[in-house]
Design a protein around this ligand. Structure first.
Ligand code: FNR
Length: 381
C-alpha cells in the first residue's frame, strides 16, 4: 500500500492494525447506523461553486475558536478509550494537536488522565465533561481541569442514556474491556498494537480510577461507570457547572433550534452541533443538515461549532461556509492514531489542511475567515 493519501486510507490501515473490538468501537454508530451514514452522505450532497482566474496567492486557514487562535478551524473531538486505539493514545494525539496548532479535547472517559496530558503538553488543552450522578466526582474533575490549566470545558449534553451500538455488544466490549481468549487471539495477530500496549503504563480510565467513591478495582469501575450517566441532567446543572468552572464553556450535542436557544440563554461561549458521530439517537438528522437552521436561530448570540461526519478538508470548508466558526474531528484522528500513532494523527490533520486549502482556492477564496455561503453552488438544507 502507498502512503495514506486520504482519511479513508488511514481507516483501512487502522482496520488492519487495531484489534477488531477497538476498531469497531471507533467505527460504529448506534442501532441501524442510519444517522452515522447520513452524517457523511449529507456532506456529499452539498456542491461547491467553482471560480476561476482569481488571485490565489497567500492563502490562510488561520482562524479562532472561542477566541483562541487556531491554525485551521478544526479541533480534535473528545473520544473515550482513545488509549486503546494506540498505547498512550490521548497523549500522542494531544501532542500532535499542539504541534499543529489546533485544540485537543480530552474525554472524561479517556485512558490517560488530565494530569498525563498536562505532563506532555505546554499549551492548554480542552476538557470534556460527562455529568455523572456523583456530583462530588464532577466537582473534583472540574477542579482538576482547572489545576491543569484547561482552556475550555466542553459539557456533553447528549449522553444521559447510552445509545446502543450492536457491534460493541457482539464483540463483548465492556467498559473497561474484559478480554476473552478470542480477543486475546485478535490482539496477538496485531503485533504493532501489542508491542505498543506492552510499553504503555496506562490502563483503565485515568480520570476516574482512584477518584470516584467506592471504586477500587476494575470490576467496581465497570459497574460504577454503567450506573453513573445521569438521566436527570438538566439546564440547571449546566448553570451550576458554569458557575463552578468560571471559564470558557462549550455545550456539545445540540441538534435542535430550541435546545440551541436554551444553550445560548446559559451564556455559554459556544455550542457544538453534533449527534455524537451517529452514536446516540439513530434516526436523528445529520449535523450538517441542521447547521443552517441553528446558525439562523442563535448565530448572533453564541459561537456555533459542528462535528459528526467530517472526513475531508472539503467537509470542513462546507461547514464553515454554512456558518460554523469551528469544527471537530473524531474518527479521522482515531483512524490516524490506530494506523500510525502520533504520525498518523499528524497525517490526518495534514490531509484535512491540504484538502481545505486547495478547495478554498478553487472556490476563489484566499482566507478562511472570509468563507461564507457564497462558495456553495447547491445545498439541500
Ligand atoms: C466519541 N464521542 C464522544 N463524545 C464525548 O463527548 N465524549 C466521549 O467520551 C466520546 N467518545 C467517543 C468515542 C468514539 C470512539 C467516537 C467515535 C466518538 C463523540 C465525538 O466527540 C464526536 O462527537 C464524534 O466523533 C464526531 O463525529 P466523527 O468525526 O467521528 O464523525
Amino acid at each position: 500500500m502507498t502512503a495514506p493519501l486520504t482519511i479513508a486510507d488511514l481507516k483501512a490501515l487502522a482496520r488492519r492494525r487495531v484489534p477488531k473490538m477497538f476498531f469497531d468501537y471507533a467505527d460504529s454508530g448506534s442501532w441501524t447506523e442510519g444517522t452515522y451514514r447520513a452524517n457523511e452522505d449529507d456532506f456529499a450532497a452539498i456542491k461547491l461553486r467553482q471560480r476561476v482566474l482569481v488571485d490565489m496567492t497567500d492563502r490562510s486557514l488561520k482562524s479562532e475558536m472561542i477566541g483562541q487562535p487556531v491554525s485551521m478551524p478544526v479541533a480534535l473531538a473528545p473520544t473515550g478509550l482513545t488509549g486503546m486505539q494506540h498505547a498512550d493514545g490521548e497523549m500522542l494525539a494531544a501532542k500532535a494537536a499542539e504541534e499543529f496548532g489546533v485544540p485537543f479535547t480530552l474525554s472524561t472517559m479517556s485512558i490517560c488522565s488530565i494530569e498525563d496530558i498536562a505532563s506532555v503538553t505546554s499549551k492548554p488543552f480542552w476538557f470534556q465533561l460527562y455529568v455523572m450522578r456523583d456530583r462530588a466526582f464532577i466537582e473534583n474533575l472540574i477542579d482538576r481541569a482547572k489545576r491543569a490549566g484547561c482552556a475550555a470545558l466542553v459539557v456533553t449534553a447528549d449522553l444521559q442514556i447510552l445509545g446502543q451500538r450492536h457491534k460493541d455488544l457482539r464483540n463483548g466490549l465492556s467498559a473497561p474491556p474484559k478480554f476473552t481468549p478470542k480477543h486475546i487471539w485478535q490482539m496477538a495477530t496485531r503485533p504493532q498494537w501489542c508491542l505498543g500496549m506492552a510499553r504503555t503504563k496506562r490502563h483503565g480510565f485515568g480520570n476516574i480510577v482512584g477518584h470516584a467513591k467506592n471504586v477500587s478495582d476494575l470490576s467496581s469501575l465497570s459497574s460504577w461507570t454503567a450506573e453513573q450517566f445521569d438521566p436527570r441532567l438538566s439546564w440547571k446543572d449546566v448553570e451550576w457547572i458554569k458557575e463552578r468552572w468560571n471559564g470558557k464553556l462549550i455545550i456539545k450535542g445540540i441538534l435542535d433550534e430550541e435546545d440551541a436557544r436554551a444553550a445560548a440563554d446559559t451564556g455559554a461561549d459556544a455550542i457544538i452541533v453534533s449527534n455524537h458521530g451517529g452514536r446516540q439517537l439513530d434516526g436523528a438528522p445529520s449535523s450538517i443538515s441542521m447547521l443552517p437552521k441553528i446558525v439562523e436561530a442563535v448565530g448572533d448570540r453564541i459561537e456555533v461549532h459542528l462535528d459528526s461526519g467530517i472526513r475531508s478538508g472539503q467537509d470542513v470548508l462546507k461547514a464553515v461556509a454554512l456558518g460554523a466558526k469551528g469544527t471537530y474531528i473524531g474518527r479521522p484522528f482515531l483512524y490516524g492514531l490506530g494506523a500510525m500513532g502520533k504520525e498518523g494523527v499528524e497525517l490526518a490533520l495534514n490531509i484535512i489542511r491540504k484538502e481545505m486549502d486547495v478547495t478554498m482556492a478553487l472556490c476563489g477564496k484566499r482566507d478562511i475567515t472570509t468563507v461564507d455561503r457564497s462558495i456553495i453552488a447547491h445545498c439541500p438544507y
